[in-house]
Design a protein around this ligand. Structure first.
Ligand code: ADP
Ligand code: NA
Length: 337
C-alpha cells in the first residue's frame, strides 16, 4: 500500500531548536519518516515576514537543517529541503491568495497577535498573507486525488485555524477548477508533549517569550543545561507527583522525563516516591544531557562539512521540486495559464 503523505515545516528563527520543539514536533518527524511519505522543510520564506538580518537567516537555515539531520531525519527516507529552494511555493501562494477572501484572511488570530508585536516599522502584507503561503506549502505536496491517500499535517493548537483555512482553500479550488487537491487532515502525533517554561511553568516554553533560564536549547552545553534543570521552579511540598493545577513545575519536569525516557508518569512517581525533588532533578538533568550531547556533537560535525550539507539540500530540493512542479503544472492548466 502507498504510505500516507505528511508535510511539516519549521522556521529557522533561532540559533538552536529548544526542548519544546524537540518533544512537541521534531522527534515525531523522525518517527513518522518510516510510516509516511514525509516532506519536511525549513521555512525561510516565513522567517522574513518579520524584520530579519540576511546573514543570520542564512546561518540559521543551515543550522536548522544540520540539527534535523543530527536528530535522525534521514534524507534518504524523508524529503528534507529548504522552502525558498522550491519557487513553486510562492507561485501557488499567489494563486491561492486570489481565491482567499480578504475578510477570511483578516480573521486569522495569529496575525492579530504577531502584528501587534511588530515595532516601529509596523506590520507587513507578508505577515498578513502568511497563512496563504502556509496553505501553498501544504497543498503543493498534495497526493493526486485519484491516489486515495491522506495528506497529514501535524499541528498544535495555535496552527489549527491555518489548517482549517488550507482545507477551505483546497475545497474551493477543487470546486471552481476541478479536483486537484486532497484536503489535509490535522494529525496529532503520538508521543508529542507540550512543554512549559522552566521558570514560569504555566507558560509555554518558547523562543520568543521564554527567558534564558526558562528554556533549554538543543545545542546548549551540558553545564548550563544541568543548571537550568536544577534551578527549575518546583512547587510547595516535596512529592514528585503529577498535578497540573497545583504542581505545574513538577508536572512539566515529569512530562519531559517521561517523554525522553519512555517511562510512564505513574512509574516515575513510584520510582521517586519519598526521595524529594533533588534526586529527581539530578537524574532528569543527566537524561537531558545524555539526549542532547550526541545531537549537539553531530550538528557541529555536519556544520563543519558545508559541501556535504549542500549536497543533502540539493537532493532534497530536487525531490521536492519533482512533486511541486507536477502540482503546479496541473494548477496552471486548471486556472487557464
Ligand atoms: P516557538 O513557540 O518557540 O516560537 P515555534 O512556534 O516555531 O516555536 O514551533 C515550532 C514547532 O515546535 C511547532 O510544531 C510547535 O508546536 C512546537 N513547539 C514549540 N514550542 C513548544 C512547546 N513548548 N511544547 C511543545 N511543542 C512546542
Ligand atoms: Na511560536
Amino acid at each position: 500500500a502507498v504510505k500516507p503523505r505528511v508535510l511539516s515545516g519549521i522556521q529557522p528563527t533561532a540559533d538552536s531548536f529548544h526542548l519544546g520543539n524537540y518533544l512537541g514536533a521534531l522527534r515525531q518527524w523522525v518517527a513518522m519518516q518510516d510510516t509516511h511519505d514525509a516532506f519536511y522543510c525549513v521555512v525561510d520564506l516565513h522567517a522574513i515576514t518579520v524584520e530579519h538580518d540576511p546573514a543570520t537567516l542564512r546561518r540559521r537555515t543551515k543550522v536548522a537543517i544540520a540539527q534535523l539531520l543530527a536528530m535522525g531525519v534521514d534524507p534518504d527516507r524523508a524529503t528534507l529541503f529548504v522552502q525558498s529552494h522550491v519557487p513553486e511555493h510562492t507561485e501557488l501562494a499567489w494563486v491561492l491568495g486570489c481565491i482567499t477572501g480578504f475578510g477570511e484572511a483578516g480573521r486569522m488570530t495569529q496575525f492579530k497577535d504577531k502584528s501587534s508585536k511588530q515595532g516601529t516599522g509596523g506590520t507587513t502584507v507578508g505577515l498578513f498573507t502568511y497563512p496563504v503561503l502556509q496553505a501553498a506549502d501544504i497543498l503543493l505536496y498534495s497526493p493526486e486525488p485519484h491516489e486515495e491517500r491522506a495528506l497529514r499535517v501535524p499541528v498544535g493548537e495555535d496552527q489549527r485555524q491555518h489548517l482549517e483555512l488550507t482545507r477551505d482553500l483546497a475545497q474551493r479550488f477543487n470546486h471552481r477548477f476541478g479536483d486537484t487537491f486532497v484536503p489535509p487532515e490535522a494529525h496529532i502525533p503520538p508521543g508529542a508533549a507540550k512543554i512549559t517554561d522552566l521558570q514560569e511553568p504555566d507558560a509555554k516554553m518558547s523562543k520568543s517569550a521564554s527567558s534564558p533560564q526558562g528554556i533549554i536549547d538543543v545545542l546548549e552545553e551540558a553545564g548550563p543545561m544541568r543548571k537550568k534543570i536544577m534551578r527549575a521552579v518546583t512547587d510547595p511540598g516535596s512529592d514528585v507527583v503529577y498535578d497540573e493545577e497545583r504542581k505545574a513545575g513538577v508536572t512539566n519536569l515529569l512530562r519531559i522525563y517521561s517523554a525522553l525516557e519512555g517511562t510512564s508518569v505513574p512509574d516515575l512517581e513510584t520510582r521517586y516516591a519519598g526521595s524529594g525533588y533533588g534526586q529527581f532533578k539530578k537524574d532528569l538533568a543527566q537524561l537531558v544531557v545524555d539526549t542532547f550531547t550526541p545531537i549537539r556533537e553531530r550538528t557541529l560535525k555536519l556544520l563543519d562539512d558545508e559541501e556535504q550539507l549542500d549536497r543533502v539540500l540539493a537532493q532534497g530540493a530536487e525531490r521536492a521540486s519533482r512533486v511541486a512542479a507536477r502540482t503546479m503544472d496541473t494548477v496552471r492548466d486548471r486556472v487557464g495559464f
